[in-house]
Design a binder for this molecule. Sequence first.
Ligand SMILES: Cc1ncc(COP(=O)(O)O)c(C=O)c1O
Length: 379
Amino acid sequence: MTYTVPFNRPYLTGHELEYVSQAIQNGDLSGDGLFTRKCCELLEQRLGTRRVLLTPSCTAALEISMLLLDLSQGDEVILPSFTFVSTANAVVLAGGVPVFVDVDPDTLNLDPAQVESAITERTRAIIPVHYAGVGCDMGALMRLAEKHHLVVVEDAAQALNSFYDDQALGTIGNLGTFSFHQTKNFSCGEGGALCINDEQLLDRAEIIREKGTNRSQFLKGHVDKYTWVDVGSSYLQGELAAAFLFGQLGAMDVITELRQRCYQNYFQELLPLAEKQLLQLPLIPERCQSNYHLFHIMLPTKEKRDALLSHLNARGIHAVFHYIPLHNSPAGIRLGGKEVCLPVTESISSRLLRLPIYPDLEPELQRLVIHEITSFLDS
Ligand SMILES: Cc1ncc(COP(=O)(O)O)c(C=O)c1O
């Protein structure tokens, strides 16, 4: 079905084709070429972190992160149930047990009190997921991690160019992961990055990313041949995607500003409905600076959400919902630590609706979305 207002539309800065052509002319299309280095340097500089590695996806970056933990059978990793499946899959693939906890009903981010209650002597790590590009309470989570000697891996899939207390998300924990999937603010179709903030993890991260070999050390001239030294997989991003991505990363501020305009417009125009308690608007806490990755509204009931979703879809507006909670999914029940009841997650996931948002969303189309929501809820 084609929609008058699509949910997402990839935004082009105009430089992508030029850089992809250059990459082709350079004649080296495998990983860690010129454009990969350019992307990494740009990200390291902007984020203020020691080292960024490009990966084929955020999923891959999460998998490298979990392999770095060297989990033993029964080791636990705490994460929200309200997240994309990759966050939990990475834990399981590395041999760990995902322990699902509830989120804060206002930010939909990990609730530090719930995390604290879930810590046991088997807990090895916490994965805060920065939902919608809005930071988790990293102050509280980092204090917990320090107290219990836990590794923190930020799932910042949605949160490149977002900040918590002026620190870039993805750079606060030991590791951070980003996504450049087509739906993300800065994209190359499929892509990701691993941000290594703890220098001690760097050498092994490079090895895991290079199929378990010390090829990176070989290329730097540190060893005279490379060989199989550890577990690993094929986690390099190809040069064509890196070239496309470089075209996007150069426009990070412009893209963020355009998204902010859409976000603020929705917020202002839907505020009267929130004041009448017909819906709930998203919250950006004071300590957080958002990249405006998504705009969601919360309806009072699942029935209302489903009815509004059908109404918008029928009028050519592609609104969507997510995430289906992981803790009570078939795999979550089989692979999760213990059976848990997470009332906030269960409630919000049944009432949440995401609205179309992208940098060049036409004002008249955004007005149409706002009009349809308003007339449906307030008639
Ligand atoms: C929170 C979260 N983590 C991980 C991912 C996976 O990202 P990718 O598609 O780049 O593997 C996503 C994708 O939407 C996500 O939203």
